[in-house]
Design a protein around this ligand. Structure first.
Ligand code: C5P
Length: 220
C-alpha cells in the first residue's frame, strides 16, 4: 500500500501522514525533511544558494538517511542528526531555491523511490510532487488544501515563541514559499489528475486523519 499525500505548507500534511501511517501500521516518509536536510548541508558547507550551478555540482555529496517509523521519524546527513537544525528560519528561507535545482530533485527523488519500494507493508509519503512525479503509481493520492489564513494560523501555532514575526509575516513567508514551489520548472507543487482533494480549512486534524484512513481502507 503506497499512499502519497501532497499539498502546500500548513495544510496538516505531516501530522495527518504520520497519524495515518501509525494507525494503519505503515511506514512514513517526510520528503520535505529531505529537501531541508540537503539545504542544511549546502548552507553548512558554504555553498552559495543563489548559485544553481554550485548547488547542482554539490547535489550528490550529502548522504541523507531517513528513518521511516511514524512514531519517531529521523533524518541524518553524513551521520549527523539534523532533525532540529532543518527547522530553522535560515533553512526554511533557503529550501525553495535549493529544491528547485533539477540535480537536487533527481537525487532526492531516486532516494524516495528506493525507500518506498523497500517499505513493508507499505508507506505514507508526504510532499509536493509525490502523486505527480515521485510515485505516479501510488495506490492512493491525496491532495490537502486549506485557506491561506488557516494555513498561516496553524504554522504560527507550531512556531511558538516566535512572536516577533507574527501572523502576517508568517503568512507572507508561506505565500512566497508556496509560490516558488508551485512555479518552479521541475516537478512543481501540483495536484495529480487522479488525486482526491481534501479541503481541511473547516476540519479538525482528527477529521482529516479519519477521512484519509477511510480513503486508504477503501483501496485495501
Ligand atoms: O514540507 P516542508 O515545508 O518541510 O517542505 C520544505 C520544502 O521542501 C518545500 O517548501 C519545498 O521547497 C521542498 N519540497 C519539495 N518537494 C517535496 C517536498 C518538499 O520541493 N516533495
Amino acid at each position: 500500500m503506497i499512499v502519497g499525500i501532497d499539498g502546500p505548507s500548513g495544510t496538516g500534511k505531516s501530522s495527518t501522514s504520520k497519524a495515518v501511517a501509525a494507525k494503519l501500521g505503515l511506514r512514513y516518509l517526510d520528503t520535505g525533511a529531505q529537501y531541508r536536510a540537503i539545504t542544511w548541508w549546502m548552507l553548512h558547507h558554504g555553498i552559495d544558494i543563489k548559485d544553481p550551478a554550485a548547488i547542482a555540482a554539490a547535489a550528490g555529496r550529502a548522504e541523507i538517511v531517513s528513518g521511516t517509523d511514524p512514531s519517531a521519524p529521523t533524518i541524518t546527513v553524513d551521520g549527523t542528526d539534523v532533525a532540529a537544525p532543518i527547522r530553522t528560519q535560515e533553512v526554511t528561507s533557503a529550501v525553495s531555491a535549493v529544491s528547485a535545482v533539477p540535480e537536487v530533485r533527481a537525487r532526492i527523488t531516486e532516494l524516495q523511490r528506493s525507500i518506498a519500494k523497500e517499505a513493508v507493508p507499505g508507506i505514507v509519503v508526504e510532499g509536493r510532487d509525490i502523486g505527480t512525479t515521485v510515485l505516479p503509481d501510488a495506490d492512493l493520492k491525496v491532495f490537502l488544501t486549506a485557506s491561506e489564513e488557516a494555513r498561516a494560523a496553524r504554522r504560527s501555532g507550531e512556531l511558538k515563541g516566535k512572536d516577533a514575526a507574527g501572523l502576517k509575516a508568517t503568512q507572507e513567508a508561506l505565500a512566497r514559499r508556496d509560490a516558488a514551489d508551485s512555479t518552479r520548472k521541475t516537478s512543481p507543487l501540483a495536484k495529480a489528475g487522479d488525486a482526491v482533494e481534501v479541503d481541511t480549512t473547516e476540519l479538525t486534524l482528527e477529521q482529516v486523519i479519519e477521512c484519509v484512513v477511510t480513503l486508504v481502507e477503501e483501496k485495501q
